[in-house]
Write a protein of this length. Structure first.
Length: 384
């Protein structure tokens, strides 16, 4: 019985392998392009992720209502949270038809102004509105134009695209936390001076797919640098470590040199932008739960607690540099500064995470701001 021997197949020629690789890469490229185009079409029809920003253009959700079901998510918040955007895309009443009969105020800031996980009537701007209307002779129209994640750069864009043309009498600026360590904002400052944006930025502004990726990336970055919503924290189970003062001082030196001057310059620019349009700014420093004290609710020392990759003590010392810059700008420009950061207690009853307020926290913020704002507005009104 004879055995047949199978001769091996000859190896493909290098030119054949190259052709196969080119074909595979071409197929992959075509498939990726088709998937992106399909995603673009689908997201234009329905996008489950709100797009507050397309490129450098802010997108506001006019005349919409959102309901957040909080069951089992955070014990410090209401079971149901209702957010309503008015005709302007802000939170609060629609603009009055007889605008001259009202003192018009807009609150601008990031998530600690927007209060995304508090219902419309429980945010600090809404509670402040009630206090001002009860205390002043003139009727008050106050809107909450806070937007999650907005820094001073975002505030500039908001002013340029919406607020300046509304010509409010006052703008309240609660600022600082979203500028901490943000060297990238210096790059944004440069792009604002250009006659036209880059091709990439224009592409992002026009594409729902790219804008969605941009929003997801910014949300991820906010979470990692500690300014996103953490939902709930418990100091009793929070890890702690030793405070390294030498290491913290080195970091603070870097902030003073690289980041704080840019923040201060942007804040000055915001003041000038408003004053040029006869709008009077009011600056408010940024409070936070983290710091170097004892929580009165639990009796726990806050400073050594770990928040992300830093201690609460380090985060507070960093934020304090920006609050001090806010106060400097206010003094230099003759602007009222409400030092909320120093006046709001570091009490875990008032915060549902390290930076965002509970209903009780928002009430106290409104009390603190009203205590200084009411006499300031009354004095300016009497001087007219």
């Amino acid at each position: 019985m004879s055995k047949s021997v199978l001769s091996p197949k000859p190896a493909p020629a290098p030119s054949t392998l190259a052709a196969e690789w080119r074909a595979n890469l071409f197929a992959l490229g075509v498939g990726t392009l088709v998937a992106i185009l399909l995603a673009e079409v689908v997201l234009r029809v329905y996008n489950p992720i709100p797009l507050p920003l397309r490129g450098l253009q802010i997108v506001l959700p006019n005349n919409k209502q959102f309901v957040f079901d909080n069951r089992g998510t955070n014990s410090k918040l209401d079971r149901q949270v209702i957010i309503t955007a008015n005709s302007l895309g802000f939170r609060g009443p629609n603009p009055p038809t007889d605008a001259n009969a009202y003192l018009r105020i807009i609150a601008v800031g990031g998530s600690t102004t927007m209060c995304r996980l508090l219902s419309d009537d429980k945010t600090w701007p809404a509670r402040l509105d009630a206090r001002l209307n009860a205390s002043l002779r003139k009727r008050i129209w106050l809107n909450n134009a806070g937007l999650d994640g907005h820094s001073t750069f975002g505030h500039m864009r908001l002013l340029e695209q919406f607020v300046l043309d509304l010509q409010p009498d006052y703008v309240l600026l609660l600022v600082g936390i979203n500028d901490v360590g943000r060297g990238d904002l210096n790059e944004f400052d440069l792009t604002m001076e250009l006659a036209s944006q880059s091709s990439f930025r224009r592409a992002v502004a026009k594409s729902h797919f790219l804008s969605t990726l941009q929003v997801l990336w910014r949300s991820w970055r906010a979470f990692n640098i500690g300014v996103g919503h953490i939902w709930e924290f418990d100091l009793r189970t929070n890890a702690s470590t030793t405070i390294d003062n030498d290491a913290i001082n080195q970091v603070l030196t870097e902030h003073r040199r690289q980041y704080v001057p840019g923040y201060e310059a942007r804040l000055e620019r915001l003041v000038v932008m408003m004053r040029q349009r006869a709008i009077e700014p009011v600056l408010i420093t940024q409070p936070a739960m983290y710091g170097e004290t004892v929580d009165p609710e639990t009796g726990i020392e806050i400073g050594p607690l770990v928040f992300g990759d830093k201690t609460a003590a380090q985060r507070w010392r960093e934020l304090k540099l920006y609050n001090e810059a806010t106060i400097r700008v206010g003094k230099a420009q003759g602007v009222l500064v409400i030092d909320l950061a120093e006046k709001l207690p570091k009490d875990s009853r008032l915060f549902y995470d390290w930076t965002h307020y509970t209903n009780a926290g928002a009430e106290l913020v409104a009390d603190i701001v009203a205590a200084e704002l009411v006499p300031f507005l009354a004095m300016r009104d009497a001087a007219k």
